[in-house]
Ligand binder design. Structure first.
Ligand SMILES: [Zn+2]
Ligand SMILES: [Zn+2]
Length: 264
């Protein structure tokens, strides 16, 4: 498994990307070839692995669990074709964390040759935090607070289990603009303490710049706290299309420098 040390890898690698096996728009091959053509030194695919508790029903955005062997085999084949002195293809997954089954899910995934696993949370209870703005619009401030508390409690749980290579899009609930930054900083600090304790890492996910929140995940205030704790950060695009494999990486490097991270 990959492991990152502070400050994290440079902006010529990208590990959080999706194909049409989950909710991406292009094949594994198209994504990997685009990354090589874009001049990235390392590139990893991380389609969605979501094994939810029974009360969560509609997960058609995930990779079909029956496709795991195809996914790994296809990436191994592409790796043989594309790896060179200047390019390395990595095999990863974006794994949804649920307290109910995390150990079983991780034990199953350990049987496969993954280079890394991303620990992400997309549900607070049964509420899909990044699905649609219309899910958030009718909520009261109290309901929003409850959702955020549950979201951050799960993400902290993911960090504390210490088996994900890095934590994905830490402040995702801000996506549609319903959660003010000041509301979640204390939760985020608990997450960062858990990441530091388990010697993990977080990502800077540039896709937030193209969502209603108009900001990378996580916010600059969280990155400053991460830097103070010497937590490694990986810059990722969360690309769902070939044109986006390194989108806004220059801007991301600037945001990290502003947060105190050494130049990369
Ligand atoms: Zn995600
Ligand atoms: Zn993703």
């Amino acid at each position: 498994m990959l492991h990152f040390d502070f400050p994290g890898p440079g902006k010529d690698v990208s590990y959080h990307n999706h194909s049409d096996l989950s909710d991406g728009a292009a094949s594994l091959e198209a994504m990997c070839r685009a990354a090589k053509a874009a001049g990235l030194r390392e590139f990893g695919m991380s389609d969605h692995w979501v094994i939810p508790p029974p009360e969560i029903k509609d997960v058609n955005w995930r990779m079909d669990p029956g496709k795991l062997e195809h996914y790994v085999t296809e990436l191994q084949k592409l790796k043989r074709e594309l790896d060179s002195e200047s390019f390395t293809l990595r095999i990863g997954l974006e794994v949804d964390f649920f307290f109910e089954n995390a150990s079983d899910v991780l034990a199953e995934l350990e049987k496969w040759p993954f280079d890394y696993l991303i620990g992400s949370v997309h549900y607070a209870g049964i509420f899909p935090v990044d699905h649609d703005a219309s899910d958030w619009a009718p909520l009261s401030p109290g309901e929003i607070e409850t959702i955020c508390e549950e979201y951050w409690r799960k993400l902290e749980g993911a960090a504390l289990c210490g088996r994900y290579t890095f934590i994905g899009h830490p402040d995702l609930p801000k996506k549609f603009g319903y959660v003010p930054e000041g509301k979640y900083l204390p939760h985020a600090i608990r997450l960062l303490d858990a990441v530091r304790k388990t010697r993990g890492a977080i990502e800077l996910n540039t896709s937030g710049w193209f969502k209603p929140c108009r900001e990378q995940y996580p916010a600059g205030s969280i990155l400053k706290e991460a830097c103070a704790r010497k937590i490694p950060v990986v810059i990722n695009a969360d690309a769902h299309a070939p044109a986006h494999v390194a989108r806004n990486f220059g801007e991301a490097a600037k945001v990290l420098a502003d947060a105190g991270y050494p130049a990369r």
